[in-house]
Design a protein around this ligand. Structure first.
Ligand code: ADA
Ligand code: CA
Ligand code: CA
Length: 255
């Protein structure tokens, strides 16, 4: 690239139709504009803008437990977008995506059984989590039970079990992919991503900042032997291997 072209590009950056939040914004959480109890699952097709209201489970969605059989607060049809939503407590089973979906600027203040579950059955399903954050997940934040690729970018997570898990023991298993870029991770947490090596999963991470983990207790990427029997999967390794856990030391910053 010529010097003049470089100068021109930096002087007048091109406006984009869908700007992503600048990385400098990571660290701050939104203030809810109002509260909205939800007693039965809100189904979304097309686009739903929550106006940064705090949605929380009530009645049948108000259990606040770790039960696996809870309904979600939001259920997104294939191709749907959910944006500007704060999920407060209790958050039941969070958000379910039945196919490709986009979760833009969605915040979980106190993750329920999990924050979002991705269930599309097509290998070409794409799920995008852009902006937002999740706190207080006893176990998983993002549960990938279907096929396809999940991208998590410009996101923050604090106090969690696993940020991402490719289902280790679902009845139907798939090759799954996760791409993580520009996230802020605040200790304590157990595992950033868990993938099944035997089904060919991949996790690609870059731009990860880990805050407050002086003891390096958070495992960045763990590989499992997944199954369809329902058994608890065995761990088979962790750390970058260039195949299933794709990242380099420079992609993970500690502070
Ligand atoms: C699968 C998995 C469960 C649980 C569940 C979920 O059914 O086998 O262990 O994680 O997904 O929460 O979506
Ligand atoms: Ca679960
Ligand atoms: Ca769940």
């Amino acid at each position: 690239m010529s010097a003049s072209k470089t100068a021109a590009a930096s002087k007048s950056p091109k406006a984009t139709a869908t700007p992503s939040p600048p990385s400098a914004a990571l660290g701050s959480w939104p203030t809810a504009t109002a509260g909205k109890p939800v007693t039965s699952t809100i189904t979304v097709s097309g686009s739903y803008d929550g106006g940064l209201k705090r949605f929380y489970g009530s009645g049948a969605l108000g259990g606040d437990s770790q039960d696996e059989d809870q309904d979600p607060v939001f259920e997104l049809a294939d191709g749907a977008t959910l944006k500007n939503v704060i999920l407060g407590a209790p958050a039941a089973d969070g958000v379910h995506c039945l196919g490709s979906c986009t979760l833009q600027n969605v915040w979980w203040e106190d993750v329920g059984e999990d924050a979002a579950t991705f269930k599309g059955t097509s290998p070409s399903a794409t799920y995008v989590v852009a902006g937002g954050g999740a706190k207080k997940a006893d176990d998983k934040v993002f549960q990938h039970n279907g096929a396809g690729t999940l991208t998590i970018k410009n996101f923050q997570v604090a106090e969690f079990g696993k940020l991402y898990r490719s289902c280790g023991n679902c009845d139907t298993q798939y090759k799954r992919h996760v791409v993580i870029n520009n996230i802020r991770v605040t200790s304590p947490g157990k595992v950033l991503v868990g993938v099944n090596a035997n089904y060919g999963d991949t996790a690609t991470l870059s731009g990860v900042t880990v805050v407050g983990d002086g003891g390096r207790e958070i495992t960045i990427c763990e590989r499992f032997q997944g199954n369809t029997t329902g058994a608890e999967p065995d761990k088979v390794g962790s750390g970058p291997d260039g195949t299933h856990c794709r990242y380099s030391a420079s992609g993970i910053a500690y502070r």
